[in-house]
Design a protein around this ligand. Structure first.
Ligand SMILES: [Fe+2]
Length: 251
C-alpha cells in the first residue's frame, strides 16, 4: 500500500501560500498514484472562509482518496466550525485494505497547542481492536522534531498518548505542524512528520516537501520528495518483523 502524506498546505491570500508550488506538488502526488492521500492539517493559515474555499478548490487537483485532519491554523477565527462543513469529520476510523487509519483532531480553537484527550485515546484503542495494521494521523507532534526551532506545541498529553502507542506497538504515526520532514523509531513504532507542502515558511534548506509511505506486511519505507528539486530521497526504512531501522535522511 502506498500513502502520500501531505501537511501544512496553508492556503491563504497573504504571503503564506505558494500556489505555484502547490500546483506542481499536486501533479507530482498524482504521478505517484498513491492508494491514499493523508493530509495532517493546516490547510489554511487563519481558518477564514475564503481560505477554506481556496483549500477546497485546490484539493480538487489531487486525485484519489483523500483523508484530512485539522491543524491549529484551521481552528482559528471559528475555523473549527468550517472544517466539518468543508472536509467532514475531524476524527475518524477508516479501513483500507490491510490498514486501519485513525485520524484525530489534535487542535483547540484559537490555540497553537495540541491535545488529544481521553475521548481520542479511546478512539485509538478502538482502531487497534480492528486487528489490522494501525496507522494514526494527527497534526501536532508527540516528541520534539530536530531542526524545527525551539520546542513548542507538543501535544499536552504526549506521555499518555505515547504510552498507548508504544504499549500496543502501533507501527506508524503520521504528524505535521513543524514544517520539517522527520522520522524516528521508538520501540516498535515509527513516528513520522511531513514537512510543509506549499507554505512559504520553510526552514533553512528543507524546502517544500511531502512524504511517500510504502507499506507491506513486514516493512515500512518513508521517502521525502523535495518539490522544487523534484528529488525523492529515502528517509527511513523500518523492518517490522525484526525491528531493524535505518535512517539516512540526515546523514
Ligand atoms: Fe500547525
Amino acid at each position: 500500500m502506498k500513502i502520500a502524506h501531505i501537511s501544512d498546505i496553508h492556503c491563504n491570500y497573504g504571503t503564506d501560500f505558494n500556489e505555484k508550488i502547490f500546483d506542481k506538488a499536486a501533479s507530482m502526488v498524482n504521478k505517484v498514484d498513491p492508494d491514499l492521500v493523508f493530509i495532517s492539517g493546516d490547510l489554511t493559515t487563519d481558518g477564514l472562509l475564503s481560505e477554506y474555499e481556496l483549500a477546497k478548490e485546490k484539493l480538487k487537483n489531487i486525485k484519489g482518496k483523500v483523508m484530512i485532519v485539522p491543524g491549529n491554523h484551521d481552528e482559528r477565527n471559528l475555523g473549527w466550525k468550517l472544517f466539518p462543513e468543508f472536509f467532514g469529520d475531524t476524527d475518524f476510523i477508516q479501513t483500507y485494505d490491510d490498514i486501519v487509519l485513525v485520524g484525530l483532531g489534535s487542535s483547540e480553537p484559537d490555540k497553537d497547542d495540541g491535545r488529544l484527550g481521553r475521548g481520542r485515546h479511546i478512539k485509538i484503542e478502538e482502531g487497534i481492536k480492528k486487528k489490522k495494521m494501525t496507522v494514526l494521523g494527527f497534526h501536532h507532534h508527540v516528541v520534539p522534531v530536530p531542526n524545527s526551532g525551539r520546542e513548542t506545541n507538543i501535544i499536552e498529553d504526549a506521555g499518555e498518548t505515547l504510552d498507548i502507542i508504544l504499549k500496543n506497538e502501533v507501527p506508524l504515526v503520521l504528524m505535521g505542524h513543524r514544517h520539517v520532514p522527520w522520522a524516528v523509531k521508538i520501540h516498535k513504532t515509527l513516528l513520522v512528520n511531513a514537512g510543509t507542502f506549499s507554505c512559504n515558511r520553510t526552514r533553512a534548506h528543507f524546502g517544500n516537501t511531502f512524504n511517500i509511505i510504502d507499506i507491506d506486511e513486514n516493512k515500512i519505507e518513508i521517502s521525502v520528495v523535495n518539490i522544487r528539486k523534484e528529488k525523492e530521497m529515502k528517509m527511513i526504512e523500518f523492518n517490522i518483523s525484526n525491528g531493524c531501522c535505518t535512517n539516512k535522511y540526515y546523514d
